[in-house]
Design a binder for this molecule. Structure first.
Ligand code: TXA
Ligand code: MG
Length: 312
């Protein structure tokens, strides 16, 4: 922790664990660090970064508080919810891609401890090469970015496994820009008003690249299915099948994996990227089963559909 805090205060970029995925973090006050984040990831400069805060003083330093912030923060912070609000001038155009809004969240765990010790907000995208599967273990970061960054803080596997829900508070109606661990239903219950969902690719990279049609992708081609009986009957040994839960019986000669013993969606989300990271490039093709389409299942299927998409 001491080394991490020192490195960040000196303007280095460090990979840190959050409850969602690992982030690639740099001080919001060090433009060089922010530029390094973009270049290490190979991320286009038009994609804005999320600013992570450790407390409400840090929040007030970067964003103009929305009246709905208190009720949302009470329910979901620290946690996997990112809020888009009007930004303060101190947040550079580099971070927000020139927008007058900033995406902010208060993460859990070691990342928050770093923020509290450093006393400076940190900009951090997921710590993966742009477009590739998100990292949910330190080894994923090491494998893909290890030779480009100096430090990775190993906090073990991420509890949630998929990126935060993004809620835009600057639109006439609160609008979810990226589905995630906090469901639309949960947001509506807390806000007491309808919440729109606008995650379609027509918003393009300018709004949120997590919304690009192709994103979170393994190198091995991926095909989605709902019902296992729809799978081709002859699967070669170079093909992997990933199910939501342990099947009642399976033929040992097919390479079958499951994301949760009993199909619990929290576990499916937690294991999704880790399993794909593990089996990527070991097969010629991966068939993966979708989740039931409600609540967290919608956020999981969103990742799966983008991972399987062939159009950029
Ligand atoms: O769980 C997470 O959110 C992780 C951890 C590290 O916090 N971070 C993450 O960051 O997923 P990233 O950069 O991979 O995705 C951030 C998304 C992008 O799709 C970006 O376009 C969107 O947030 N975003 C950032 N600022 C925005 C803004 N002002 N308005 C709309 N979308 C914004
Ligand atoms: Mg990302």
């Amino acid at each position: 922790m001491d080394r991490v805090v020192r490195s960040l205060s000196e303007g280095d970029v460090v990979a840190l664990p959050t409850e969602t995925v690992y982030g690639l973090a740099g001080s919001i006050f060090q433009d060089d660090a922010i530029r390094t984040i973009f270049s290490v990831k190979g991320r286009p400069l038009i994609d804005p970064l999320i600013v992570h805060v450790g407390d409400f003083d840090q929040l007030d330093g970067v964003a103009i508080r929305d009246p709905r912030l208190d009720v949302l923060a009470n329910a979901f912070w620290p946690g996997p919810l990112t809020l888009v609000m009007k930004k303060r001038p101190v947040v550079s155009d580099l971070i927000t891609a020139g927008k007058d809004t900033v995406a902010v969240r208060m993460p859990q765990g070691l990342f928050r401890q770093v923020l509290q010790r450093l006393q400076v907000p940190l900009a951090a995208p997921s710590a993966n090469p742009f477009g590739y599967l998100s990292p949910t273990e330190a080894i994923h970061v090491e494998r893909h970015l290890g030779n480009r960054i100096g430090l990775i803080l190993d906090g073990g596997p991420c509890e949630r496994g998929i990126e935060s829900t993004i809620l835009d508070l600057t639109t006439p109606m609160p609008t979810v820009l990226r589905l995630g661990p906090v469901s639309v239903e949960a947001l509506q219950a807390v806000l007491g008003v309808p919440v729109l969902t606008k995650t379609s690719e027509c918003h393009g990279a300018q709004t949120a690249p997590g919304m690009l049609k192709k994103h979170y992708s393994p190198q091995t081609p991926l095909t989605l299915f709902d019902d296992p009986s729809s799978l081709p009957s002859i699967l070669t040994e170079r093909v992997a099948v990933v199910l939501q839960q342990r099947p009642p019986s399976f033929t040992p000669e097919t390479h079958t994996y499951w994301l949760s013993e009993q199909g619990k969606l929290e576990e499916v989300a937690q294991n999704l990227f880790a399993l794909l990271q593990k089996i990527d490039r070991k097969y010629t093709h991966i068939f993966i089963q979708q989740s039931p389409p409600s609540g967290l299942g919608l956020a999981i299927n969103d990742r799966l559909q983008r991972a399987a998409s062939k159009t950029p």
